[in-house]
Design a protein around this ligand. Sequence first.
Ligand SMILES: Nc1ncnc2c1ncn2[C@@H]1O[C@H](COP(=O)(O)OP(=O)(O)OP(=O)(O)O)[C@@H](O)[C@H]1O
Length: 260
Amino acid sequence: MSALATQDLTIRFGGHVAVNAVTCAFAQGTLTAIVGPNGAGKTTYFNLISGQLKATAGRVSLHGQDLTGLPPSARTRAGLGRAFQLTNLFPHLSVLENVRLAVQAAQPGRHRRGLNLWSIWSDHAALTARAQGILHAVALADRQDMPVASLPHGDQRKLEVALLMALDPQIYMFDEPTAGMGHDEAPVILDLIRALKKDKTKTILLVEHKMDVVRELADRIIVLHNGVLVADGEPAAVIASPIVQQAYLGTAASAAEAEA
Ligand SMILES: Nc1ncnc2c1ncn2[C@@H]1O[C@H](COP(=O)(O)OP(=O)(O)OP(=O)(O)O)[C@@H](O)[C@H]1O
């Protein structure tokens, strides 16, 4: 059984069908890149999977469990990990405190152990250690005491990935994870995605415009164009296919412009 699947997933905005009957299954332990031109429906597809948008038609399932009617929070609890919107955080708490809260949120049931001071103290120490480990992995350890609101943009993107890791989801959904990062910052995030990929229990969906990144990381590429899934397969074959050359890389359009 696939880890995640969408069946005829569709959303209309007025007369515009932004995602059009997309049926796709994602196998556990694979990294699928989702590519397509601007406005193709990639982020909208993510929003439908994570529940930020309600589908007009179709279904989303996780290990066979139908998630379609569930709100985003329930999908997160079921194992879907979508990068946090930083607006959902506590902007005046520190980076460490925010990550620690996410680590804590990912461990349901701990509070039911009762009010035992030793367990509260040891829990707090363990949660802090885990949060610090994650911050180290995303190269944010030296920013751990800064209020989230004062982080520069590149560090905010790293924090999004840190919070996702804190939740330890089964499905990682990355939407252009290195967008807006400097050349020295992007490799940290790409290394993390490589490490997640090696952990064959995780399933990764990656929306990415940079084809060199896609070529290196993806086991499979799917292509959206005008909300429709137009290509799906092994990276080299998909990148070489006429539909991608035309729809995504724009060779046909460029050739036509050159001739005009
Ligand atoms: N809330 C909304 N209301 C109306 N139209 C929307 C809404 N969200 C997305 N759209 C439209 O749906 C289409 C797909 O947008 P989407 O952002 O998913 O594309 P994308 O492939 O992620 O593009 P990009 O690569 O530029 O991020 C676009 O035409 C967009 O204008």
